[in-house]
Design a protein around this ligand. Structure first.
Ligand code: SF4
Length: 367
């Protein structure tokens, strides 16, 4: 019987994000590991490999597809209420013990994670997204950087169909992969997991490439939102959160920062859940750092107005939310506060078209 890794090794084509080194090894640039790969070697991500001097990369499948409210990504300043057609692949370049998508992200590393791939073509996925009424198409669930060539293939079709495109990513990028993505991507969520390099090394990465990705995405004018899953005892010290929030504010105080609640999961079942009070304290740190849009997530109804978008100037409520559901929308057609006219940072349509769904729905691909 074929293993999952066998199946995936057939679902590939030659990649574009690599160079040949003077000693004949290949250097992959899809993520911050920048693996040097001798012939026959596979990268840290377990999905890209050197086959006879060519880099083979994932192609032509998805690990899962789902229609999500865009608030689930979470994007709060990009097309509020839109439906985000979301596809995932398999594998990841990190190995976080608390991963909430571990069935897809760790499918090739952890025998308990089983998630069979489904063959897919870019045109079919985009047609499906349009049929479902999606405004946005997002690569998510596992780490999209490691499958950037396939994402770009899909995003080209998506843009031709008038859709907005995005990544939900750990941000462990390189200048080359970001330049490669830039013509085809509109939105990017970075999961900034910690501001301590030792913590990142525990997860299998480094802090510096993620900071560099954040700076570059902002400079490239890709719409960027940042999420920090607040994990008791791991990244919730006020010192670490202050340094993290200061960093974001120095890149731009207009970048939305979401602090979200951890639920005991995967290999961290003994760590307690994040409380609403912990989220409120973290949000206060973000505001003290000068961030203008700070949100608390994963505990709907328990965090007061920290689910709502408010005008940075006059504090009027612009988008009222309950979890993923939009309760009220008051951004003007030209993207400004209805009360004082201050521009709202983000990407907005001229008119709020209502919300197609405030809950995720799983999609069975039609064949
Ligand atoms: S995507 Fe990252 S982990 Fe995978 S081969 Fe390329 S550099 Fe290595």
């Amino acid at each position: 019987m074929s293993t999952l890794a066998d199946v995936l090794s057939r679902e590939t084509r030659e990649g574009e994000l690599y160079d040949v080194l003077p000693d004949g090894r290949l250097r992959c640039y899809a993520c911050g590991h920048q693996c040097p790969l001798p012939d026959g070697a596979i990268g840290v991500c377990k999905v890209r490999f050197n086959q006879s001097g060519r880099l083979r990369v994932p192609w032509g499948y998805v690990g899962g597809v789902q229609c999500d409210p865009i608030e689930k990504k979470p994007f709060f300043h990009a097309y509020p209420g839109a439906l985000a057609y979301s596809f995932g692949m398999l594998g990841c370049d990190l190995h976080c013990g608390y991963c909430q998508n571990w069935v897809t992200s760790q499918a090739l590393r952890d025998p308990a994670a089983v998630s069979p791939p489904m063959e897919a073509r870019a045109l079919e996925l985009v047609a499906d997204a349009v049929r479902m009424g999606a405004r946005v198409l997002v690569s998510t669930y596992n780490e999209p950087l490691i499958t950037s060539e396939w994402a770009v293939e899909i995003f080209k079709e998506a843009k031709a169909a008038g859709l907005v495109t995005g990544f939900v990513s750990n941000g462990n990028g390189t200048p080359k992969v970001l330049d490669y993505l830039r013509p085809w991507i509109d939105l990017y969520k970075v999961d900034l997991k910690s501001f301590d390099d030792r913590h990142y090394r525990e997860l299998g990465g480094r802090l510096e490439p993620i900071k560099d990705t954040i700076r570059r995405l902002h400079a490239m004018d890709v719409w960027l939102e940042i999420v920090t899953l607040l994990i008791p005892g791991f990244n919730d010290s006020s010192d670490e959160l202050t340094r993290l929030a200061d960093f974001i504010a120095n890149v731009s105080p207009d970048i939305p920062w979401h602090v979200t609640a951890f639920h005991s999961d995967y290999k961290m079942g003994d760590t307690p859940n994040t409380t609403a009070e912990m989220l409120r304290q973290a949000a206060a740190i973000g505001r003290r750092a000068g961030l203008r849009h700070v949100y608390a997530g994963n505990l709907p109804g328990a965090v007061g107005d920290l689910e709502d978008t408010r005008c940075a100037a006059c504090k009027a409520t612009l988008v009222a939310r309950a979890g993923y559901r939009i309760r009220d929308y008051r951004i003007t057609a030209n993207g400004c506060c209805h009360a004082c006219g201050t521009p709202v940072p983000g990407r907005f349509d001229a008119h709020f078209a209502g919300q197609l769904a405030s809950q995720p729905s799983v999609i069975r691909l039609r064949r």
